[in-house]
Each structure stands twice: as structure tokens, then as C-alpha cells.
Design a protein around this ligand. Structure first.
Ligand code: SAM
Ligand code: SF4
Length: 349
């Protein structure tokens, strides 16, 4: 069948038959990690992610559970071993726990991770632990209730903080993600790092990226990796660099001497980690992205709803992975005007 490849960028296609074990891209990078957005809907309205009057996709545009499971199976058969469930907010999807169990039990999938805003998460923690969820990233840009309401436009701090406390006390490895923004939460860099003194979690600071649904002006004064690092080093002179957890990780890790937890900085806008990228994304409406900054290279939902076989899906996946952009800058050069208008809630972060 005709594959609906929607990227117009014409690169040399590597013969997919070359790769019998696992997915490898055209720069010889093994692709083992899928970020899967299970919905675009959300119960918060973080200003860096979406406008207050965000228009979500009609339900029929979202992948069904069976479509998601089909894609997870196809990806696992091609060598994906790690899946991160994201959104939108994963826990607003009806039946999310059953879907998580099914993904967790998929042959070939070794690790399932979750990124959540924590509003609805706390009651599910015992079951997530039983399921063997490999780690949770909790998004929380401040530990101050009032500031939280300003940043997220919703009054949900108590529920999110309860999730934080419960996860920090659980056996599930926890990272807290905070996007740092000038005039919004730069004080929190120090206050949130202090939380690592007696709690075993990783406090990660993220550069703001231009995916906010179009209404929030992208700042000219960006809090970059270097600026965050300088702030931390000044406040905590005993902070040591630990390097990255592995060569494909996006966070540079640090630890303040004598503190239990760690600190991470993610250069999402500066894109210093693209060289070892091992990830692909499937958005809430079934678009395959081989780079966060590309426009989407393929629509799996359209293919599945037009009668594509698993073999067609696998071939399309391999073809896309073997025609990948070198890095986020090259991808951005070919995306024309859409960066800045997409919301991260559809992409999944
Ligand atoms: N709703 C869940 C949450 O917030 O954790 C999962 C989806 S959210 C889109 C995934 C991650 O993307 C969150 O950690 C969030 O902070 C991050 N994010 C969203 N918009 C961003 C932006 N414009 N720049 C940097 N990170 C962003
Ligand atoms: Fe929702 Fe997560 Fe976007 Fe915040 S970052 S609006 S919690 S999807």
C-alpha cells in the first residue's frame, strides 16, 4: 500500500533489510525508547504548554486502546524495549490502568515509565507499584501553592503535593520535572533543590521549549541549562557533577554533598543531547515523530483505519527511523511554521 509519509524532506533511504535485530537509525543510533501520548486532554492548563481555552481533539481522533496496543506490539517486535506513557494527562484517560497493565505485559517491553501531573495519580500508586512501573516523572514547577495555581491556572496543589509525598515514600523511582521561567518560578530552583536533602528523588529543571499551543509568547530571556547551573552552583557550592545516568539520557545529574536526592538539568531547548537520541514518539492522534522538533513523519492512525497490516506498519516505522533528522536543529529547519503552535500536550513532552 501507499505509505502516508508526510515529511517532505528527502533523505537517502537506508534499506530496512539491513537491520535484522532491532531498530537502528540512519546515523547508526539504536532506537529502543517509545514515548506514547495516550491523550491530549488535561486537567491543568500550564501556561508553557497550552492556552486556557485549549481545544482538545475530538475523541474519534484519538487512538483507541486496541490501536495503541497494536502499535506497541509492532514497536516491540521491531526492538522498542522502553515505553513512557505521557499525554496530555495520562490519568484522565478512561481505562488507563487496564491499558497500562496491557502495555506492561506486552512481549518485548521491558520497562514502562509514566509522566504525570499528579492530580489524579496518588490513589493509583499501590497498583502502579504492584504492576512494576519502572519510574514516574511528576511535573511540578513549584512547591508553593499560590504560585502553583498561577502557573497551572488550576487549584490542584494539594492533590499534586500528596502524590509527591506518596511517590517519594514509595518504591517507585521518582523524578520531579520543573520548567523554569523568568519572573515565574526562578526562586524555586533553590527551594526545590532543598527538597533533595532528605528525600530520595531527582529534582529536574527543564529549559522551556516552544510548544505551548500558540498563545503564550515564547520568552526572549530563556533560563538555559547554563543559567540554571550557575544559580545552583552559587547556592550550593558543594554540589558535585555526576554525569548522565546513561549515554542516551537527557538530564545532566548533580548532587549536593550530604543530600539524599539528586538534581538534574535538561537542555530541551539547547538540544545538547541529540547525538545519542534513542527515542521516537507517537502522539495522541497517532502521528509518529522521530524527533521532538519534526512535524510528524507518518500517521499510524490513518494507516490503521485504512486497513494497513502489521507488516505495513512495521515497514513504515523502519522507513521513518532510517530517514531521521540528525538532530533537533536540522528537524526544526524543516518544520516550517508549526513550532510554537503545537501544544506539548499532544506531543507528550
Ligand atoms: N501532563 C503530564 C505532565 O505534565 O507531566 C504529561 C504530559 S506533559 C506535556 C510532559 C512534560 O512536558 C512535563 O514534564 C511538562 O513539564 C513538559 N512540558 C510541557 N510543555 C513544555 C514546554 N513548553 N517546555 C518544556 N517542557 C514542557
Ligand atoms: Fe497538562 Fe502536562 Fe501540559 Fe501541564 S504540562 S498543561 S499538566 S499536559
Amino acid at each position: 500500500m501507499q505509505l502516508p509519509v508526510i515529511s517532505s524532506f528527502d533523505r537517502e533511504n537506508v534499506d530496512s533489510a539491513t537491520f535484522s535485530s532491532g531498530l537502528v537509525d540512519n546515523f547508526n543510533r539504536p532506537i529502543t525508547y517509545l514515548r506514547l501520548a495516550v491523550t491530549d486532554r488535561c486537567n491543568l492548563r500550564c501556561a508553557y504548554c497550552m492556552p486556557e481555552n485549549m481545544r482538545f481533539l475530538p475523541t474519534k481522533e484519538l487512538l483507541t486502546d486496541d490501536e495503541i496496543m497494536r502499535l506497541v506490539g509492532v514497536c516491540a517486535a521491531q526492538g522498542i524495549r522502553k515505553v513512557r506513557i505521557t499525554g496530555g494527562e495520562p490519568f484522565v484517560r478512561r481505562g488507563i490502568m487496564d491499558l497500562l497493565w496491557r502495555i506492561k505485559e506486552t512481549s518485548g517491553i521491558e520497562e514502562v515509565h509514566i509522566t504525570t501531573n499528579g492530580v489524579l495519580t496518588e490513589p493509583h500508586i499501590p497498583e502502579l507499584q504492584k504492576m512494576g512501573i519502572a519510574s514516574i516523572n511528576l511535573s511540578m514547577d513549584t512547591f508553593d501553592a499560590e504560585r502553583f495555581r498561577d502557573l497551572t491556572r488550576r487549584d490542584e496543589f494539594a492533590a499534586v503535593h500528596a502524590t509527591f509525598e506518596a511517590l517519594a515514600a514509595s518504591a517507585i523511582p521518582l523524578s520531579v520535572n520543573a520548567v523554569i521561567m523568568e519572573n515565574k518560578n526562578t526562586d524555586d530552583v533553590i527551594a526545590m533543590s532543598e527538597q533533595t536533602q532528605s528525600k530520595q528523588f531527582t529534582m529536574r529543571f527543564i529549559e522551556e521549549m516552544p510548544f505551548n499551543g500558540g498563545t503564550h509568547e515564547f520568552p526572549t530571556l530563556l533560563w538555559t541549562h547554563d543559567k540554571i547551573l550557575t544559580t545552583l552552583k552559587t547556592a550550593f557550592p558543594t554540589m558535585m557533577a555526576l554525569g548522565k545516568a546513561d549515554n542516551t539520557a537527557t538530564a545532566d545529574l548533580y548532587q549536593i554533598q550530604g543530600y539524599e536526592g539528586k538534581i538534574g538539568i535538561i537542555a530541551g531547548f539547547s538540544r545538547t543531547f541529540c547525538g545519542a537520541c534513542n527515542r521516537i514518539r507517537i502522539t495522541a492522534k497517532g502521528t509518529l515523530k522521530t524527533c521532538l522538533y519534526d512535524n510528524g513523519v507518518l500517521n499510524f492512525k490513518t494507516m490503521m483505519r485504512s486497513g494497513a497490516s502489521d507488516e505495513d506498519l512495521s515497514e513504515a516505522l523502519i522507513r521513518s527511523v532510517t530517514n531521521r533528522f540528525r538532530d533537533g536543529f536540522e528537524a526544526e529547519r524543516h518544520t516550517h511554521a508549526t513550532v510554537g503552535f503545537d501544544s506539548m500536550s499532544e506531543i507528550g513532552g
